[in-house]
Design a protein around this ligand. Structure first.
Ligand code: SF4
Length: 327
């Protein structure tokens, strides 16, 4: 049982701290985000996740309702964003949201075609499951008095479709290659942490986590890579462009979709918890002693500048706002 007074510590929070403690403070402690930002990758990932969750857990599901589930998720995020943006940016962001709606529909159509739709070959018994467990150091057995572990699994599936063995289902949308994402999941700590959490949940309902701790199925969906031809004799309408993306998906599904069952090293569960314990200790020390901003090479990552650069580097506090985090 998780102590009531402890705070949740998630994998993404641990990763944020490992990238930069100041980034963690802005994103999680102060819950700041650039004002009026439409976080397209996050919104698309959430929306596709909602569509896939609907597809995998609804009997007799049709593609239209899968796309509608994604659209509903996008509408919620879009509404929250449009409430905050300045009037003169609303048209631009509304157009971005509409484009992302088409992007999600295209990705789901491709995913549906790639895997034969619905629950074919993958028995996901529950989608979007939040699991908590005490944060216990694997070396000393000491539980943290400040934090507990929390993870939101994209799903839990029945291994082989029969019996009472369960595994973690994880969906990722990406602009990278699907192989890179699989390697990240295979060798990173996220899957190990989620497997540990699922094992603890199974133990809590009287099942043997060693026996039941199953491999993880990762489902990777790559975003369309084609660029819309806007000028010249082959210029295309938006509708033609999205149809071309669907055709690209159908022509080369292995490039865009990957589904694989992965295992992690035997020691990975302990290592993931060790990492969580280390970050939890650092967070407590930061809270006690304060922390200076350290600007450095990590401010620029593979996808560009850190979104908090305006704060750290230029102290533009007015460009940021507090955004409540759900769940
Ligand atoms: S701009 Fe640099 S120092 Fe500031 S939060 Fe981002 S990574 Fe950390």
């Amino acid at each position: 049982m998780t102590a009531a007074k402890t705070q949740p510590l998630t994998h993404s929070e641990i990763e944020a701290y490992r990238v930069c403690p100041q980034l963690h403070a802005y994103a999680y402690a102060q819950q700041l985000a650039p004002a009026g930002e439409w976080a397209s990758p996050l919104a698309v990932g959430r929306a596709v996740g909602a569509g896939v969750a609907h597809a995998l857990t609804t009997a007799g599901v049709q593609l239209d309702s899968v796309i509608a589930a994604a659209g509903a998720s996008l509408a919620v995020d879009g509404h929250a964003c449009l409430e905050r943006v300045a009037l003169d940016r609303r048209d631009q962001i509304t157009a971005q949201i509409a484009t992302d709606g088409m992007r999600c529909a295209t990705m789901l159509r491709g995913w549906w075609d790639a895997w034969g739709g619905s629950q074919e070959g993958l028995d996901v018994t529950r989608a979007e499951v939040t699991i908590t467990a005490p944060l216990v150091c694997p070396d000393t057995g000491t539980p943290s008095r400040a934090y507990h572990l929390q993870g939101r699994l994209d799903g839990v599936y029945r291994v082989g479709g029969v019996g009472d063995r369960y595994g973690v289902y994880e969906l990722k949308t990406t602009s990278d290659t699907v192989g890179e994402v699989e390697a990240y999941l295979r060798h990173g700590t996220q899957v190990a942490l989620y497997q540990y959490l699922l094992g603890e949940r199974l133990r809590g309902i009287g099942q043997d986590p060693v026996r039941d701790q199953a491999p993880t199925v990762v489902d990777v969906v790559k975003k369309p890579t084609a660029k819309r031809r806007r000028t010249g004799p082959r210029a295309e309408s938006e509708e033609d462009y999205w149809q071309r993306c669907v055709a690209d998906y159908a022509a080369d599904p292995q490039r865009y979709f990957l589904r694989a069952e992965i295992e992690v090293d035997p020691g990975a569960h302990d290592e993931a918890r060790r990492q969580a314990v280390r970050v939890a200790r650092c967070l407590r020390q930061d809270a006690q002693h304060g922390r200076l901003v350290v600007r450095g090479p990590r401010c620029k990552g593979p996808y560009g500048w850190c979104r908090y650069r305006g704060l750290c580097w230029y102290h533009r506090i007015d460009d940021y706002e507090r955004v409540e985090r759900g769940g």
